[in-house]
Design a protein around this ligand. Structure first.
Ligand code: FMN
Ligand code: SF4
Ligand code: SF4
Length: 400
């Protein structure tokens, strides 16, 4: 919180999206956590704004009526690889659809790989009153094994037009995977009639190694041992996609990928996301996933209050307004706020330029030492500012 911020006592986390109101912007993303009605009900009992059950479909594709084994690799650093490629068909969900549609918080994820199958499921579900359908065209390892439809302009536009031409009235949010062409593909989807874009699904897929044996580590039971990467490692890729999509699209963007903290939620919304989906960070909490998500909702509320925002819509797209179109060429100089500095030395340790920054003793009591910058040696790279844990050092234009 900056010293000028006046905290507020009452905040409003509610979001309007596609003609519906959600209590807060946090949605459980589609995946194993929502692969049965019992699990979905656990999340509906939590405080989150929405729940997306695992992607459903009309029929299982040949050979894909069960997951390969193993199919989950919990990695270090808050990441996962998964090789899951099936979710219960609509036959499983049919008895629960009426009840699920009544709560206004369940968003149905439907596979968009088989266009006719997707159409049949959408037509059946369109009789209910779901807030929107998420059309999944982006499971990374499925794409790897069966063709990358998330980068297939023709598949995407045909899919959206087919659903719109028959008059599906429930809004359609297309869930993309990352690609270098995500903005142009999403623009094509928007032009074809998509109502929102979700970005992003799992990435690549990727491999990992066990260096003691030289073999792929925990080879997932999919040919080649690769799995779709999710979790913290993909956050900045997802954030950048959401930012770029928000800049270019007129339809709403929902952010997903690596969100694991209140700061990540805030960044995604500042980058233009209307709502966010969280999956891996919740999955890594196992059976305690609903509690983790409840805490996240509470943390967002607290963050807004502490930073003087009474309404979450005040931060939506904030970053889009302030990004400069020009490169900063003239070196900026680090400046110190001594009141915040603890003398931890991190800024000095990270600096590669001889004589640019050094610790000097402080005659006053606290901190015992603080950094001094020599403008003749500092090149304004910004590394010291990035590592400071107290935001005690910041960059400013030099005086002359
Ligand atoms: C185990 C697992 C299963 C998943 N299953 C689905 C799925 O059925 N449908 C879907 O659209 N996304 C699925 N995803 C992708 C997530 O919803 C999410 O888009 C992706 O993991 C990136 O977000 P995250 O880093 O918060 O997990 C799955 C992810 C994982 C890890
Ligand atoms: S801006 Fe870069 S060069 Fe200057 S003091 Fe900081 S780390 Fe060193
Ligand atoms: S990293 Fe920040 S808190 Fe630590 S000495 Fe440098 S300016 Fe002070």
């Amino acid at each position: 919180m900056s010293s000028e911020t006046t905290p507020v006592t009452k905040t409003d986390l509610s979001i309007e999206l596609l003609g519906r109101k959600f209590n807060n912007p946090i949605i459980l993303g589609s995946g194993t956590l929502g692969d049965s009605i019992e699990r979905v009900n656990l999340f509906l009992a939590s405080k989150i704004g929405g729940v997306i059950p695992r992607t459903t479909r009309l029929h299982y594709a040949p050979g894909r009526d069960h997951h390969p084994s193993p199919h989950l690799d919990v990695m270090s650093g808050g990441n996962m690889r998964n090789a899951e490629w099936t979710g219960a068909t609509i036959d499983y969900w049919r008895p629960f659809l009426g009840k699920l549609s009544e709560n206004g918080r369940t968003i149905i994820s439907i596979s968009g790989r088989d266009i006719n199958g997707c159409l049949a499921v959408c037509q059946e579900l369109d009789r209910f009153n779901f807030p929107f359908f998420e059309i999944n065209i982006s499971c990374a390892h499925s794409n790897d094994a069966h063709g990358f439809i998330t980068r297939n302009w023709e598949h995407i536009t045909t899919l959206v037009r087919t659903l719109k031409d028959v008059g599906i009235k429930t809004p359609l949010a297309l869930k993309f995977g990352h690609s270098d062409y995500i903005v142009s593909l999403a623009l094509a989807a928007q032009e074809a009639g998509a109502d929102a874009i979700v970005a992003i699904n799992t990435l690549c897929p990727v491999i990992d190694f066990d260096i003691s044996s030289g073999k792929p580590n925990f080879t997932l039971g999919i040919a080649g041992g690769k799995g779709g990467l999710s979790g913290k490692a993909i956050f900045n890729i997802a954030l950048t996609d959401v930012f770029d999509l928000s800049k270019h699209l007129t339809i709403p963007v929902i952010g997903c990928g690596g969100i694991s903290s209140v700061e990540d939620v805030i960044k995604m919304i500042m980058a233009g996301a209307s709502m966010v989906e969280v999956y891996t960070a919740a999955h890594l909490h196992g059976k305690k996933a609903p509690e983790f998500l409840n805490k996240l909702v509470g943390d967002v509320d607290k963050w807004l209050a502490e930073h003087g925002y009474s309404n979450i819509s005040q931060i939506q797209g904030l970053a889009l307004k302030s990004v400069s179109q020009n490169n900063q060429i003239i070196p900026l100089l680090p400046k110190l706020n001594k009141d915040l500095c603890t003398g931890c030395n991190k800024c000095v340790n990270i600096c590669l330029e001889d004589g640019a920054i050094s610790m000097i003793n402080n005659s006053q009591k606290k901190p015992k030492q603080f950094p001094k910058i020599d403008p003749n040696h500092c090149i304004g790279c910004g590394a010291c500012v990035s590592v400071c844990p107290k935001d005690a050092i910041f960059l400013e234009a030099p005086l002359s």
